[in-house]
Design a binder for this molecule. Sequence first.
Ligand code: FAD
Length: 474
Amino acid sequence: MLDALAGQVGPRTIVRDAELIAPWLIDWRGRFHGAAPALLQPDTTAEVAAIVTAAAAHGVALVPQGGNTSMVGGATPPADGSALLLSLRRLNRIRSVDAAAGLAVAEAGVILAELHDAALAQGRRFPLTLGARGSATVGGLVSTNAGGTQVLRHGTMRGLVAGLEAVLPDGSIHHGLPSLKKDNRGYDLKELLVGAEGTLGIVTAATLRLAPAVTARAVAWLGVADPATALALLRRLEAATDGVESFELLPAESLAAVLAHLPDARAPLADTHPWHVLVEAVATAPDDEPPARLLERLLGDALADGLARDAVIAASEAQAEAFWRLRDSISAGERAQGPATQHDISVPVDAMPRFLIDGAATVEARFPGTHASGFGHLGDGNVHFHVRAPAGADPERWYAEAAPTVTRFVHDLVVAAGGSISAEHGIGQMKRDELARLSSPARMAVLTGIKGALDPHGLMNPGKLVLAPGAARQ
Ligand code: FAD
Protein backbone atom coordinates (compact mmCIF):
# COMPACT_ATOMS: atom_id res chain seq x y z
CA MET A 1 0.00 0.00 0.00
CA LEU A 2 2.77 2.43 0.94
CA ASP A 3 4.61 1.78 -2.34
CA ALA A 4 1.42 2.38 -4.31
CA LEU A 5 0.77 5.55 -2.34
CA ALA A 6 4.28 6.98 -2.67
CA GLY A 7 3.61 8.29 -6.18
CA GLN A 8 0.41 10.05 -5.14
CA VAL A 9 1.48 12.03 -2.07
CA GLY A 10 4.24 14.48 -1.23
CA PRO A 11 7.69 13.34 -0.06
CA ARG A 12 7.03 14.29 3.60
CA THR A 13 3.72 12.47 3.85
CA ILE A 14 4.98 8.94 4.49
CA VAL A 15 7.23 8.59 7.55
CA ARG A 16 8.88 5.22 8.18
CA ASP A 17 11.57 6.32 10.62
CA ALA A 18 10.75 4.45 13.85
CA GLU A 19 12.26 7.20 16.00
CA LEU A 20 9.97 9.84 14.52
CA ILE A 21 6.93 7.61 14.92
CA ALA A 22 7.65 6.46 18.50
CA PRO A 23 6.35 9.52 20.44
CA TRP A 24 2.93 9.14 18.81
CA LEU A 25 2.47 5.50 19.75
CA ILE A 26 1.82 6.18 23.43
CA ASP A 27 -1.23 7.98 24.78
CA TRP A 28 -1.04 11.20 26.83
CA ARG A 29 -1.21 9.44 30.18
CA GLY A 30 1.17 6.65 29.14
CA ARG A 31 -1.37 3.88 29.70
CA PHE A 32 -1.72 2.57 26.13
CA HIS A 33 1.17 1.54 23.92
CA GLY A 34 0.70 0.87 20.22
CA ALA A 35 2.77 -0.02 17.18
CA ALA A 36 2.62 1.19 13.58
CA PRO A 37 4.93 0.44 10.65
CA ALA A 38 4.44 3.97 9.29
CA LEU A 39 3.03 7.37 10.11
CA LEU A 40 1.11 9.14 7.34
CA GLN A 41 0.93 12.93 7.61
CA PRO A 42 -1.03 14.39 4.69
CA ASP A 43 -1.26 18.15 4.25
CA THR A 44 -4.28 18.38 1.94
CA THR A 45 -7.74 16.83 1.89
CA ALA A 46 -6.85 15.29 -1.48
CA GLU A 47 -3.92 13.47 0.15
CA VAL A 48 -6.18 12.21 2.94
CA ALA A 49 -8.58 10.91 0.28
CA ALA A 50 -5.72 9.19 -1.58
CA ILE A 51 -4.57 7.52 1.66
CA VAL A 52 -8.04 6.32 2.66
CA THR A 53 -8.72 5.05 -0.88
CA ALA A 54 -5.45 3.09 -0.84
CA ALA A 55 -6.18 1.75 2.65
CA ALA A 56 -9.63 0.57 1.52
CA ALA A 57 -8.17 -1.09 -1.57
CA HIS A 58 -5.48 -2.91 0.43
CA GLY A 59 -7.59 -3.65 3.50
CA VAL A 60 -5.28 -1.64 5.77
CA ALA A 61 -6.60 -0.07 8.97
CA LEU A 62 -6.01 3.60 9.80
CA VAL A 63 -5.84 5.30 13.21
CA PRO A 64 -6.48 9.05 12.91
CA GLN A 65 -4.60 11.23 15.35
CA GLY A 66 -4.62 14.96 16.11
CA GLY A 67 -2.89 16.29 19.23
CA ASN A 68 -2.83 12.85 20.89
CA THR A 69 -4.40 14.24 24.08
CA SER A 70 -7.11 11.59 24.26
CA MET A 71 -7.83 10.48 27.80
CA VAL A 72 -9.22 7.11 26.67
CA GLY A 73 -6.52 5.73 24.37
CA GLY A 74 -8.58 6.87 21.38
CA ALA A 75 -5.68 7.79 19.10
CA THR A 76 -3.28 4.98 20.01
CA PRO A 77 -2.94 2.27 17.34
CA PRO A 78 -3.32 -1.43 18.14
CA ALA A 79 -0.25 -3.04 19.72
CA ASP A 80 0.10 -5.66 16.96
CA GLY A 81 1.18 -3.10 14.35
CA SER A 82 -1.75 -3.94 12.09
CA ALA A 83 -2.75 -0.30 11.48
CA LEU A 84 -1.11 2.82 10.09
CA LEU A 85 -1.11 6.03 12.08
CA LEU A 86 -2.78 8.89 10.20
CA SER A 87 -1.70 12.21 11.68
CA LEU A 88 -3.73 15.25 10.64
CA ARG A 89 -1.32 17.73 12.23
CA ARG A 90 0.05 19.05 8.90
CA LEU A 91 -3.46 19.74 7.62
CA ASN A 92 -3.47 22.92 9.66
CA ARG A 93 -4.67 25.94 7.71
CA ILE A 94 -7.31 28.32 8.93
CA ARG A 95 -9.14 28.70 5.65
CA SER A 96 -11.27 31.68 6.67
CA VAL A 97 -12.56 33.73 9.58
CA ASP A 98 -15.77 35.61 8.81
CA ALA A 99 -16.23 37.94 11.77
CA ALA A 100 -19.56 39.30 10.54
CA ALA A 101 -21.10 35.87 10.04
CA GLY A 102 -19.40 34.53 13.19
CA LEU A 103 -17.89 31.55 11.38
CA ALA A 104 -14.39 30.16 10.91
CA VAL A 105 -13.32 27.33 8.65
CA ALA A 106 -10.38 25.45 10.15
CA GLU A 107 -8.62 22.33 8.96
CA ALA A 108 -8.41 19.28 11.18
CA GLY A 109 -4.85 19.86 12.36
CA VAL A 110 -5.38 23.43 13.61
CA ILE A 111 -4.48 23.56 17.30
CA LEU A 112 -7.20 24.96 19.57
CA ALA A 113 -5.01 27.78 20.93
CA GLU A 114 -4.22 28.89 17.36
CA LEU A 115 -7.92 28.95 16.55
CA HIS A 116 -8.50 31.11 19.64
CA ASP A 117 -5.83 33.55 18.44
CA ALA A 118 -7.14 33.68 14.87
CA ALA A 119 -10.69 34.42 16.05
CA LEU A 120 -9.48 37.09 18.49
CA ALA A 121 -7.48 38.78 15.74
CA GLN A 122 -10.84 39.36 14.00
CA GLY A 123 -12.58 40.53 17.19
CA ARG A 124 -14.38 37.23 17.76
CA ARG A 125 -13.89 34.22 20.00
CA PHE A 126 -14.10 30.45 19.65
CA PRO A 127 -15.94 29.71 22.90
CA LEU A 128 -14.56 26.32 23.88
CA THR A 129 -11.43 25.79 25.91
CA LEU A 130 -9.76 23.02 27.86
CA GLY A 131 -6.50 22.20 29.61
CA ALA A 132 -4.96 20.65 26.49
CA ARG A 133 -5.63 23.72 24.30
CA GLY A 134 -1.95 23.96 23.31
CA SER A 135 -2.05 20.50 21.70
CA ALA A 136 -5.64 19.41 20.99
CA THR A 137 -6.72 19.89 17.37
CA VAL A 138 -9.95 20.77 15.61
CA GLY A 139 -10.23 17.23 14.19
CA GLY A 140 -9.80 15.65 17.63
CA LEU A 141 -12.17 18.12 19.29
CA VAL A 142 -14.86 17.44 16.68
CA SER A 143 -14.32 13.68 16.81
CA THR A 144 -14.63 13.53 20.60
CA ASN A 145 -17.40 16.15 20.85
CA ALA A 146 -15.14 17.86 23.36
CA GLY A 147 -16.50 19.92 26.24
CA GLY A 148 -14.44 21.97 28.68
CA THR A 149 -15.12 24.86 31.02
CA GLN A 150 -17.50 27.00 28.90
CA VAL A 151 -20.10 24.37 28.06
CA LEU A 152 -22.45 25.95 30.58
CA ARG A 153 -23.04 28.86 28.21
CA HIS A 154 -21.81 27.74 24.79
CA GLY A 155 -22.40 23.99 24.68
CA THR A 156 -20.08 21.22 23.50
CA MET A 157 -18.41 20.92 20.09
CA ARG A 158 -21.62 19.48 18.68
CA GLY A 159 -23.30 22.86 19.03
CA LEU A 160 -20.28 24.74 17.71
CA VAL A 161 -19.80 22.75 14.50
CA ALA A 162 -21.78 24.35 11.67
CA GLY A 163 -20.37 22.22 8.85
CA LEU A 164 -17.86 19.47 8.16
CA GLU A 165 -15.60 18.23 5.41
CA ALA A 166 -14.60 14.59 5.81
CA VAL A 167 -13.15 11.66 3.95
CA LEU A 168 -15.43 8.64 4.26
CA PRO A 169 -14.13 5.08 4.65
CA ASP A 170 -14.27 4.36 0.89
CA GLY A 171 -12.10 7.43 0.15
CA SER A 172 -14.93 9.66 -1.07
CA ILE A 173 -15.09 13.23 0.20
CA HIS A 174 -18.13 14.61 2.04
CA HIS A 175 -18.28 18.33 1.19
CA GLY A 176 -20.40 19.62 4.05
CA LEU A 177 -18.69 22.86 5.04
CA PRO A 178 -21.45 25.37 4.18
CA SER A 179 -23.24 26.49 7.31
CA LEU A 180 -26.96 25.97 6.76
CA LYS A 181 -29.41 27.20 9.35
CA LYS A 182 -32.00 24.90 7.87
CA ASP A 183 -31.22 21.57 6.22
CA ASN A 184 -33.69 18.72 6.24
CA ARG A 185 -32.12 16.26 3.85
CA GLY A 186 -32.60 13.34 6.16
CA TYR A 187 -29.80 11.76 8.22
CA ASP A 188 -27.25 14.38 9.19
CA LEU A 189 -23.72 13.18 8.36
CA LYS A 190 -22.19 16.02 10.35
CA GLU A 191 -23.95 14.88 13.51
CA LEU A 192 -22.83 11.29 12.89
CA LEU A 193 -19.20 12.31 12.54
CA VAL A 194 -19.13 14.56 15.62
CA GLY A 195 -18.14 12.29 18.49
CA ALA A 196 -17.47 9.29 16.20
CA GLU A 197 -13.83 9.14 17.39
CA GLY A 198 -12.54 8.49 13.89
CA THR A 199 -14.51 5.26 13.52
CA LEU A 200 -16.69 6.49 10.64
CA GLY A 201 -14.23 8.57 8.59
CA ILE A 202 -11.59 11.26 8.75
CA VAL A 203 -12.58 14.85 9.53
CA THR A 204 -10.48 17.16 7.33
CA ALA A 205 -12.03 20.57 8.09
CA ALA A 206 -14.84 22.14 10.07
CA THR A 207 -16.92 25.29 9.94
CA LEU A 208 -17.05 26.54 13.51
CA ARG A 209 -19.33 29.02 15.22
CA LEU A 210 -17.70 32.04 16.84
CA ALA A 211 -19.00 34.16 19.69
CA PRO A 212 -18.45 37.85 20.44
CA ALA A 213 -15.05 38.53 21.99
CA VAL A 214 -14.89 39.06 25.74
CA THR A 215 -14.42 42.71 26.72
CA ALA A 216 -14.02 42.05 30.45
CA ARG A 217 -14.13 39.09 32.81
CA ALA A 218 -14.29 38.51 36.55
CA VAL A 219 -13.40 35.34 38.41
CA ALA A 220 -14.65 34.62 41.92
CA TRP A 221 -13.81 31.93 44.45
CA LEU A 222 -16.45 30.89 46.97
CA GLY A 223 -16.75 28.66 49.99
CA VAL A 224 -20.05 26.74 50.08
CA ALA A 225 -21.64 24.25 52.44
CA ASP A 226 -22.41 21.41 50.04
CA PRO A 227 -23.10 20.59 46.38
CA ALA A 228 -26.87 21.14 46.75
CA THR A 229 -26.25 24.72 47.93
CA ALA A 230 -23.77 25.22 45.10
CA LEU A 231 -26.42 24.16 42.59
CA ALA A 232 -29.00 26.47 44.18
CA LEU A 233 -26.48 29.28 43.78
CA LEU A 234 -25.88 28.38 40.14
CA ARG A 235 -29.62 28.41 39.44
CA ARG A 236 -29.84 31.84 41.09
CA LEU A 237 -27.01 33.18 38.90
CA GLU A 238 -28.48 31.68 35.74
CA ALA A 239 -31.82 33.31 36.43
CA ALA A 240 -30.17 36.69 36.96
CA THR A 241 -27.68 36.83 34.09
CA ASP A 242 -26.46 35.01 31.00
CA GLY A 243 -22.93 36.30 31.66
CA VAL A 244 -21.80 33.30 33.76
CA GLU A 245 -19.62 31.06 31.60
CA SER A 246 -17.99 28.73 34.12
CA PHE A 247 -19.13 27.25 37.39
CA GLU A 248 -16.68 24.70 38.77
CA LEU A 249 -17.21 22.81 42.03
CA LEU A 250 -14.48 21.21 44.12
CA PRO A 251 -14.38 19.63 47.56
CA ALA A 252 -12.01 20.87 50.27
CA GLU A 253 -9.77 17.86 49.82
CA SER A 254 -9.18 18.65 46.13
CA LEU A 255 -8.03 22.15 47.07
CA ALA A 256 -5.82 20.67 49.80
CA ALA A 257 -4.28 18.24 47.28
CA VAL A 258 -3.49 21.12 44.90
CA LEU A 259 -2.00 23.27 47.64
CA ALA A 260 0.22 20.37 48.73
CA HIS A 261 1.25 19.82 45.11
CA LEU A 262 1.95 23.46 44.17
CA PRO A 263 4.22 24.96 46.83
CA ASP A 264 3.77 28.52 45.51
CA ALA A 265 -0.05 28.38 45.42
CA ARG A 266 -2.27 29.97 48.06
CA ALA A 267 -5.83 29.27 49.16
CA PRO A 268 -8.06 32.11 47.92
CA LEU A 269 -10.07 32.28 51.17
CA ALA A 270 -8.77 32.57 54.73
CA ASP A 271 -11.02 29.85 56.18
CA THR A 272 -11.50 26.31 55.01
CA HIS A 273 -14.89 25.32 53.65
CA PRO A 274 -16.33 21.89 52.85
CA TRP A 275 -16.78 22.78 49.17
CA HIS A 276 -15.54 25.50 46.87
CA VAL A 277 -16.85 27.07 43.69
CA LEU A 278 -15.00 28.94 40.97
CA VAL A 279 -17.27 31.25 38.95
CA GLU A 280 -16.31 33.19 35.84
CA ALA A 281 -18.55 35.91 34.41
CA VAL A 282 -17.85 37.87 31.24
CA ALA A 283 -19.03 40.92 29.36
CA THR A 284 -19.15 40.88 25.58
CA ALA A 285 -21.04 44.07 24.71
CA PRO A 286 -20.35 47.71 25.63
CA ASP A 287 -23.56 48.05 27.63
CA ASP A 288 -23.10 44.80 29.59
CA GLU A 289 -22.75 45.33 33.33
CA PRO A 290 -19.03 45.04 34.20
CA PRO A 291 -18.62 41.43 35.33
CA ALA A 292 -16.83 42.32 38.59
CA ARG A 293 -19.75 44.55 39.56
CA LEU A 294 -22.23 41.89 38.46
CA LEU A 295 -20.55 39.22 40.59
CA GLU A 296 -20.19 41.57 43.54
CA ARG A 297 -23.92 42.27 43.43
CA LEU A 298 -25.08 38.67 42.88
CA LEU A 299 -22.60 37.08 45.27
CA GLY A 300 -23.36 39.70 47.91
CA ASP A 301 -26.99 38.60 47.79
CA ALA A 302 -25.92 34.94 47.87
CA LEU A 303 -23.83 35.54 51.00
CA ALA A 304 -26.70 37.35 52.66
CA ASP A 305 -29.07 34.49 51.81
CA GLY A 306 -26.74 31.75 53.03
CA LEU A 307 -26.01 30.30 49.58
CA ALA A 308 -22.31 31.03 50.09
CA ARG A 309 -20.20 31.07 53.24
CA ASP A 310 -17.48 33.36 51.92
CA ALA A 311 -16.41 34.78 48.57
CA VAL A 312 -13.58 36.70 46.96
CA ILE A 313 -13.42 38.26 43.50
CA ALA A 314 -10.01 38.23 41.85
CA ALA A 315 -8.56 41.73 42.06
CA SER A 316 -6.40 41.35 38.98
CA GLU A 317 -5.98 39.23 35.87
CA ALA A 318 -3.00 37.54 37.58
CA GLN A 319 -5.19 36.56 40.52
CA ALA A 320 -7.91 35.32 38.19
CA GLU A 321 -5.30 33.12 36.48
CA ALA A 322 -4.11 31.92 39.90
CA PHE A 323 -7.69 30.80 40.74
CA TRP A 324 -7.94 28.92 37.45
CA ARG A 325 -4.53 27.35 38.03
CA LEU A 326 -5.87 25.85 41.26
CA ARG A 327 -8.81 24.37 39.35
CA ASP A 328 -6.67 23.09 36.47
CA SER A 329 -4.17 21.44 38.82
CA ILE A 330 -6.62 19.19 40.65
CA SER A 331 -5.91 16.07 38.59
CA ALA A 332 -2.15 16.49 39.00
CA GLY A 333 -2.52 17.24 42.72
CA GLU A 334 -4.70 14.20 43.33
CA ARG A 335 -2.44 11.95 41.25
CA ALA A 336 0.46 12.91 43.51
CA GLN A 337 -1.49 11.50 46.46
CA GLY A 338 -1.34 7.92 45.24
CA PRO A 339 -3.11 5.48 42.96
CA ALA A 340 -6.69 6.32 42.03
CA THR A 341 -9.23 5.51 39.35
CA GLN A 342 -10.73 8.47 37.49
CA HIS A 343 -14.20 8.51 36.02
CA ASP A 344 -15.42 11.18 33.58
CA ILE A 345 -19.12 10.87 34.23
CA SER A 346 -22.36 12.80 33.95
CA VAL A 347 -25.81 12.55 35.48
CA PRO A 348 -28.78 14.91 35.10
CA VAL A 349 -27.69 18.25 36.60
CA ASP A 350 -30.27 18.17 39.38
CA ALA A 351 -29.15 14.66 40.39
CA MET A 352 -25.47 15.59 40.67
CA PRO A 353 -25.41 17.02 44.24
CA ARG A 354 -26.90 13.82 45.57
CA PHE A 355 -24.64 11.65 43.45
CA LEU A 356 -21.55 13.43 44.77
CA ILE A 357 -22.49 12.73 48.39
CA ASP A 358 -24.33 9.40 48.21
CA GLY A 359 -22.24 7.96 45.38
CA ALA A 360 -19.01 8.64 47.25
CA ALA A 361 -20.40 7.11 50.47
CA THR A 362 -21.65 4.02 48.61
CA VAL A 363 -18.28 3.45 46.96
CA GLU A 364 -16.39 3.88 50.22
CA ALA A 365 -18.73 1.46 52.00
CA ARG A 366 -18.33 -1.15 49.27
CA PHE A 367 -14.52 -0.80 49.08
CA PRO A 368 -13.30 -0.14 52.65
CA GLY A 369 -10.26 2.09 52.89
CA THR A 370 -10.87 3.84 49.57
CA HIS A 371 -11.72 7.51 49.35
CA ALA A 372 -14.13 8.80 46.70
CA SER A 373 -14.82 12.37 45.60
CA GLY A 374 -15.81 14.35 42.55
CA PHE A 375 -15.02 17.78 41.17
CA GLY A 376 -15.70 19.73 38.01
CA HIS A 377 -18.44 21.11 35.83
CA LEU A 378 -21.43 21.06 38.18
CA GLY A 379 -23.58 23.09 35.81
CA ASP A 380 -23.08 20.47 33.08
CA GLY A 381 -23.87 17.59 35.43
CA ASN A 382 -20.32 16.40 34.68
CA VAL A 383 -17.70 15.66 37.28
CA HIS A 384 -14.43 13.81 37.39
CA PHE A 385 -15.12 11.22 40.05
CA HIS A 386 -11.96 9.81 41.63
CA VAL A 387 -11.61 6.79 43.88
CA ARG A 388 -8.30 6.70 45.74
CA ALA A 389 -6.78 3.37 46.77
CA PRO A 390 -6.52 2.51 50.48
CA ALA A 391 -3.41 3.94 52.15
CA GLY A 392 -0.39 1.72 51.61
CA ALA A 393 -1.88 -0.17 48.65
CA ASP A 394 0.70 -1.40 46.15
CA PRO A 395 -0.06 0.75 43.07
CA GLU A 396 0.62 -1.90 40.43
CA ARG A 397 -1.40 -4.54 42.20
CA TRP A 398 -4.26 -2.18 42.98
CA TYR A 399 -4.51 -0.98 39.38
CA ALA A 400 -4.44 -4.55 38.07
CA GLU A 401 -6.76 -6.20 40.58
CA ALA A 402 -9.02 -3.75 42.41
CA ALA A 403 -9.36 -0.76 40.11
CA PRO A 404 -11.38 -2.46 37.32
CA THR A 405 -13.93 -3.69 39.89
CA VAL A 406 -14.15 -0.21 41.41
CA THR A 407 -14.68 1.31 37.97
CA ARG A 408 -17.44 -1.13 37.08
CA PHE A 409 -19.12 -0.37 40.40
CA VAL A 410 -18.94 3.40 39.81
CA HIS A 411 -20.28 2.98 36.28
CA ASP A 412 -23.19 0.91 37.60
CA LEU A 413 -24.04 3.72 40.04
CA VAL A 414 -23.87 6.26 37.22
CA VAL A 415 -26.17 4.25 34.98
CA ALA A 416 -28.59 3.71 37.88
CA ALA A 417 -28.68 7.52 38.27
CA GLY A 418 -29.61 7.86 34.60
CA GLY A 419 -26.14 9.08 33.63
CA SER A 420 -23.34 8.54 31.14
CA ILE A 421 -20.00 6.76 31.66
CA SER A 422 -18.35 9.26 29.31
CA ALA A 423 -19.31 12.89 29.69
CA GLU A 424 -16.58 14.49 27.60
CA HIS A 425 -13.53 12.28 26.97
CA GLY A 426 -15.17 9.70 24.72
CA ILE A 427 -15.00 5.90 24.77
CA GLY A 428 -11.77 5.07 22.91
CA GLN A 429 -10.33 1.69 23.81
CA MET A 430 -10.51 2.31 27.55
CA LYS A 431 -14.29 2.26 27.91
CA ARG A 432 -15.30 0.18 24.88
CA ASP A 433 -16.20 -2.94 26.83
CA GLU A 434 -17.99 -0.92 29.50
CA LEU A 435 -20.06 0.81 26.81
CA ALA A 436 -21.07 -2.60 25.46
CA ARG A 437 -21.81 -3.93 28.95
CA LEU A 438 -23.95 -0.98 30.00
CA SER A 439 -25.79 -0.01 26.83
CA SER A 440 -29.20 -1.38 26.01
CA PRO A 441 -29.27 -4.02 23.24
CA ALA A 442 -31.27 -1.56 21.13
CA ARG A 443 -28.63 1.15 21.44
CA MET A 444 -25.71 -1.23 20.78
CA ALA A 445 -27.47 -2.68 17.73
CA VAL A 446 -27.84 0.80 16.23
CA LEU A 447 -24.21 1.76 16.99
CA THR A 448 -22.92 -1.48 15.48
CA GLY A 449 -25.25 -1.15 12.52
CA ILE A 450 -24.03 2.37 11.73
CA LYS A 451 -20.41 1.26 12.05
CA GLY A 452 -21.05 -1.70 9.73
CA ALA A 453 -22.88 0.43 7.18
CA LEU A 454 -20.21 3.12 6.86
CA ASP A 455 -17.09 1.05 7.54
CA PRO A 456 -17.99 -2.55 6.65
CA HIS A 457 -14.39 -3.78 6.82
CA GLY A 458 -13.65 -2.14 10.17
CA LEU A 459 -10.65 -0.16 8.88
CA MET A 460 -11.40 3.17 10.61
CA ASN A 461 -9.78 3.33 14.05
CA PRO A 462 -10.26 -0.37 14.82
CA GLY A 463 -10.91 -1.42 18.39
CA LYS A 464 -12.22 1.97 19.49
CA LEU A 465 -15.75 2.93 20.56
CA VAL A 466 -17.58 0.07 18.89
CA LEU A 467 -16.42 -3.02 17.04
CA ALA A 468 -17.41 -3.52 13.41
CA PRO A 469 -19.88 -6.41 13.05
CA GLY A 470 -17.86 -9.62 12.98
CA ALA A 471 -14.58 -7.92 14.05
CA ALA A 472 -12.40 -9.85 16.48
CA ARG A 473 -11.91 -8.36 19.95
CA GLN A 474 -8.41 -7.00 20.59
P1 FAD B 1 -6.54 12.94 19.64
O1 FAD B 1 -6.25 12.61 21.06
O2 FAD B 1 -5.42 12.88 18.70
O3 FAD B 1 -7.73 12.01 19.12
C1 FAD B 1 -8.93 11.88 19.85
C2 FAD B 1 -9.88 10.97 19.08
O4 FAD B 1 -10.29 11.62 17.87
C3 FAD B 1 -9.26 9.66 18.65
O5 FAD B 1 -10.25 8.69 18.63
C4 FAD B 1 -8.78 9.95 17.23
O6 FAD B 1 -8.69 8.78 16.46
C5 FAD B 1 -9.86 10.87 16.73
N1 FAD B 1 -9.41 11.85 15.75
C6 FAD B 1 -8.45 12.79 15.90
N2 FAD B 1 -8.39 13.56 14.80
C7 FAD B 1 -9.33 13.10 13.94
C8 FAD B 1 -9.75 13.48 12.65
N3 FAD B 1 -9.21 14.50 12.01
N4 FAD B 1 -10.74 12.78 12.07
C9 FAD B 1 -11.32 11.73 12.70
N5 FAD B 1 -10.95 11.32 13.91
C10 FAD B 1 -9.98 12.01 14.54
N6 FAD B 1 -11.59 16.92 26.88
C11 FAD B 1 -12.75 17.58 27.10
O7 FAD B 1 -13.73 17.32 26.41
N7 FAD B 1 -12.85 18.54 28.07
C12 FAD B 1 -11.80 18.89 28.85
O8 FAD B 1 -11.92 19.74 29.71
C13 FAD B 1 -10.55 18.23 28.61
N8 FAD B 1 -9.46 18.57 29.31
C14 FAD B 1 -8.27 17.96 29.04
C15 FAD B 1 -7.14 18.36 29.74
C16 FAD B 1 -5.91 17.76 29.48
C17 FAD B 1 -4.69 18.22 30.23
C18 FAD B 1 -5.82 16.72 28.52
C19 FAD B 1 -4.52 16.05 28.22
C20 FAD B 1 -6.94 16.32 27.82
C21 FAD B 1 -8.17 16.93 28.08
N9 FAD B 1 -9.32 16.56 27.37
C22 FAD B 1 -10.49 17.22 27.60
C23 FAD B 1 -9.27 15.45 26.39
C24 FAD B 1 -8.79 15.85 24.99
O9 FAD B 1 -8.05 17.05 25.00
C25 FAD B 1 -9.95 15.99 24.02
O10 FAD B 1 -10.57 14.72 23.87
C26 FAD B 1 -9.56 16.52 22.63
O11 FAD B 1 -10.74 16.70 21.89
C27 FAD B 1 -8.64 15.60 21.86
O12 FAD B 1 -8.08 16.31 20.75
P2 FAD B 1 -6.79 15.76 20.01
O13 FAD B 1 -6.54 16.60 18.81
O14 FAD B 1 -5.66 15.64 20.96
O15 FAD B 1 -7.28 14.33 19.55
